[in-house]
Design a protein around this ligand. Structure first.
Ligand code: SAM
Length: 245
């Protein structure tokens, strides 16, 4: 892997895989981290499963890493699921997957969503006149606020009414907590800094034409208080007329 951020794909997959071990051993921070990542994965699993049950057939996973949803979830075989990530991550994932068969129509797009944008999606079988579920799990905080804005603009330009955007992001309030500050320093030192955070998710997404659903939530530290560390968000695409009002 030539970019430190690419390694985070394997971290996440490992944390989820080891969650039962950490929980059984009550292994402190490791258990908390793993439990959070599995809860987060369940949030996106539910969004995707309900999307398919509702009859929709298009999904794009941005920063997919080693996400195994195309293989793991009981999805309709005519559901198109496109995974977007850096070329080196998708190449390594392909080697690890070998000849395992997905449970839907899985394909991949190797792109740096910052440097290349989403233009490569225009050459896929996606039908932009139909709703798309966009999933961005563990991706946006590696981007600067400007890069996130540009990405949301590109997603919005490809999202008709009825589309859903599901994402997680770091809560601005959480970045003031001592343990989160230590983590931010660690991530910066290893070359994959967290570059953005969100204070008010509804106000952040509304100008991009997305309205939060009731499933959206803020997740705090397990032991206590009101500090939200992470947002788990689901938003639906506003109609064109509502956006221009
Ligand atoms: C923390 S991992 C999350 C992976 C996966 N979504 C999961 O939850 O297991 C972040 C992922 O975002 C990808 N990523 C980061 N910056 C990216 C960029 N500019 N373009 C495409 N992918 C990017 C990384 O390669 C990595 O796979």
């Amino acid at each position: 892997m030539n970019r430190p951020v690419a390694d985070t794909a394997a971290w996440l997959a490992t944390a989820r895989a080891e969650a039962p071990k950490h929980e059984a051993a009550d292994a402190g921070l490791a258990a908390i981290g793993s439990a959070f990542f599995t809860d987060r994965a369940r949030f996106f699993d539910t969004v995707l499963t309900e999307w398919a049950v509702a009859g929709h057939r298009q999904v794009v996973v941005l920063g997919a890493g080693y996400d195994q949803r195309a293989f793991r979830l009981d999805l309709p075989d005519d559901l198109l699921l496109i995974e977007v990530d850096l070329p080196e991550v998708l190449a390594e994932k392909g080697r690890r997957i070998g000849d395992a068969l997905p449970r839907c129509r899985r394909s991949t797009v190797a792109a740096d969503v910052v440097a290349d944008g989403l233009d490569a999606l225009d050459d896929t079988r996606l039908d932009f006149a139909r709703p798309i579920l966009w999933i961005a799990e563990g991706l946006l905080y590696y981007l600067t606020p400007d890069e996130v804005r540009t990405l949301l603009h590109q997603v919005g330009a490809r999202s008709t009414q009825g589309s859903i955007l599901a994402l997680d992001h770091v809560a601005t309030a959480g970045t003031r907590l001592p343990e989160v500050r230590r983590w931010l320093r660690f991530m910066a030192d290893r070359g994959s800094p967290w570059r953005s955070a969100v204070a008010d998710p509804a106000a952040w997404l509304r100008p991009h034409g997305w309205i939060l659903t009731d499933r959206s939530t803020g997740v705090g530290r397990p032991e206590d208080d009101d500090d939200v560390v992470t947002w788990l968000l689901e938003a639906h695409r506003q109609a064109e007329e509502e956006r221009s009002r």
